[in-house]
Design a protein around this ligand. Structure first.
Ligand code: SF4
Length: 328
């Protein structure tokens, strides 16, 4: 069946993935493979812009790739690779940096936020982050980029890069990518307040054992107004209920919704049910992951093969770019 187009998306190598990564990105990556040619990239260069140490970079890359593959990202259907394994990316990044307006880059809210977060390390890579991201998308001639609202300015920037390049060099080489507005559910951490994140230690890893998963679920903050088992609760303000909506059956969701409000179910039982359903949901994934992790060399081979396939597209694009510019 003809595909609708080519998707590009990338994620930093953050090691074992948590529920926020899964529900916010991986699940969608898997689904997109049905309708699109997908190019999925582990963006290790991007990680360097904020990294204090590179000690775990390789291991984190492997662990993330294991999660991706075990979750159903399929290297036979998609190109899955490591960003820095395609040298053409650096070439296009250099070219695009000549048409990227510096004022616009330093005005982007994401840059200002990073300056606030790491004033001791405002490196060139941080300013050029959207240029590198544009190079990622444009190099593989992706016409579709799934994004949440917060990434929209970066895709707009990539579109502008394609237009500026094509206009300046009188060619129609780079494709303006379209945003595929995607609903990325905002997955809260076990604290029930902040976005799930490893650095906040409020995360639940999808590859955790059933016991560890249950342990983490039992620490989840519930409706803060419900102090006693006999108090009625409000599922609408409870993160446990939000998670039930992702992992439990319709009947169970309805039951929790009703019983919580009349104190018919306690938070402990409610969480145990959630943990059971989560563990059931991730059982096939964990089995597959355990199998794959027996042969890490095969994971590196898959990533190498992905890089070779990515390079075939990238070198063609760079030939066209060089010809359009008139580089000797
Ligand atoms: Fe949350 Fe469940 Fe407790 Fe209600 S019973 S407050 S939904 S954990």
């Amino acid at each position: 069946m003809a595909k609708k187009g080519r998707v590009f998306s990338g994620a930093r190598p953050t090691g074992r993935q948590h529920l926020g990564n899964y529900l916010g990105a991986i699940k969608n990556y898997v689904a997109l493979q049905e309708d699109y040619d997908c190019v999925y990239c582990i963006v290790d260069y991007h990680a360097l812009t904020t990294m204090e140490t590179t000690q775990n970079l390789k291991e984190n890359t492997l662990q993330m790739a294991l999660d991706w593959l075990a979750a159903g990202m399929d290297p036979r259907r998609s190109i899955i690779f490591i960003q820095s394994h395609v040298p053409e990316l650096a070439n296009l990044h250099t070219v695009l940096s000549m048409v990227a307006p510096l004022g616009k880059l330093t005005d982007l809210p994401t840059f200002k936020e990073k300056v606030r977060e790491q004033p001791h390390n405002v490196n060139y890579g941080l300013v050029g982050y959207p240029v590198l991201m544009s190079a990622d998308i444009l190099l593989y001639k992706a016409d579709t980029v799934p994004v949440g609202e917060d990434q929209a300015p970066h895709i707009e920037f990539a579109r502008e890069m394609a237009r500026s390049f094509n206009y300046r060099f009188g060619a129609n080489v780079l494709i303006e990518p379209q945003m595929k507005a995607t609903e990325f559910p905002r997955v809260l951490g076990t604290d029930g307040e902040r976005k799930m994140s490893k650095s906040l230690n409020n995360h639940i890893e999808i590859s955790s054992s059933p016991e560890e998963t249950q342990k983490r679920v039992m620490t989840m903050v519930t409706d803060p107004a419900r102090k006693l088992r006999s108090d009625p609760g409000n599922p609408d303000v409870c993160n446990v209920y939000s998670m039930h909506k992702m992992f439990s059956s319709r009947e169970e969701i309805d039951m929790v919704n009703v019983e919580c409000r009349r104190a018919g179910i306690g938070c402990v039982d409610c969480k145990k049910l959630l943990a059971k359903n989560m563990n059931h949901y991730f059982e096939p994934f964990r089995g597959k992951r355990a199998e794959l992790s027996q042969h890490p060399e095969q994971i590196w081979d898959i990533l190498d093969d992905g890089a070779n396939r990515a390079r075939a597209i990238a070198s063609q694009t760079m030939q066209e770019v060089r010809a359009a510019i008139g580089l000797p």
